[in-house]
Design a protein around this ligand. Sequence first.
Ligand code: NAD
Ligand code: TDX
Length: 333
Amino acid sequence: MRVLVTGGAGFIGANFVLRTLAERPDVEITVLDKFTYAANPATLASVAEAITVVRGDIADATVVDPLVADADLVVNFAAESHNDRSLADPSSFVQTNLVGTFTLLESVRRHGVRLHHVSTDEVYGDLDLDDPARFTESTAYNPSSPYSSTKAGSDLLVRAWVRSFGVAATLSNCSNNYGPYQHVEKLIPRQITNVLSGIRPKVYGDGANVRDWIHVDDHNDAVWTVIERGELGETYLIGADGEVDNRTVVESILELMGRPADAFDFVTDRPGHDRRYAIDATRLRTELGWTPRFTDFRSGLADTIDWYTAHRAWWEPAKAGVEATYAATQRTL
Ligand code: NAD
Ligand code: TDX
């Protein structure tokens, strides 16, 4: 099977490539990635001989079309993915997440190729902290940020291309991922690498915001489950019952790294900051038989701390720039 992995040099896409190579010898992989700031070329260096890597933009039909024509399956991880950046400058989010997805859809339509579109639970907006509800496949879309609204728009394009043009696509909307190779701009790698760099971790606002954490390998196993057993045209939510508030995440990192649990700062809140995400993955579990393997968040966090501690050369070049950008807008409360 020939699989085109768009965004395959980013955090989740690269973990998908590495795991697929290790577990599915029958799969031939081509990565299409623009290599934005979010892609670290070192991530796929160890498998360079085993895959084809094309540097290009999913919004460029002249690059996309021949690659799609040669594939049996396209898995679309490519996106601008960071909420804080989308607030500073939304333009690349509209271009990649909307125009890019449109370009892929037109190409899979032209060539009759199967697509799996990877998306986020943020399309559903947020929940109150004391709301017993969780997101399901029938929750109404209500995105808050330029990032989540462009992901919501990309999902709606996929659904429309399924219904109007009979494109063979599935969708999945996953909660917050953690694990190796995640960019240091994101909460967990930022705080681990802060501690490793002698910088105090930074918690936005009051730290009570809740995210539903899942290990990246569990997400990618679920993506394969949907590809192999999902019904065409359908959406599946992916989550592993991992709700934790941000303050607790940061306190756990500090404790696991042998620091006092209160050795962090509260900083300026994110504008429009979603309060809580929570996924009900019953459909994926009961209809498709998926179960997560990383069910102990604290031990997954400990493994992630070990990974960043052992891979300083991978993250250190990006660290100072990320912290300088944050420092320009965030002050200690
Ligand atoms: P990431 O930012 O780490 O990686 C994105 C990759 O896409 C990078 O390699 C980047 O170079 C590439 N890219 C960006 N614009 C491109 C373009 N125009 N053409 C080709 N490549 C381009 O993001 P991630 O965290 O790995 O997220 C991957 C996907 O999963 C995204 O669609 C995101 O919305 C979704 N998702 C992420 C999470 C999470 O917690 N990180 C959770 C749910 C869903
Ligand atoms: O320094 C920080 N301090 C802090 O308190 C950072 C970077 C974040 N936060 C908070 C904001 C969020 O409540 O932590 C939470 C997680 O923040 P991010 O890592 O930026 O992730 P989030 O905004 O929740 O979005 C992530 O999960 C869903 C991914 O970046 C998205 O791509 C995915 O769709």
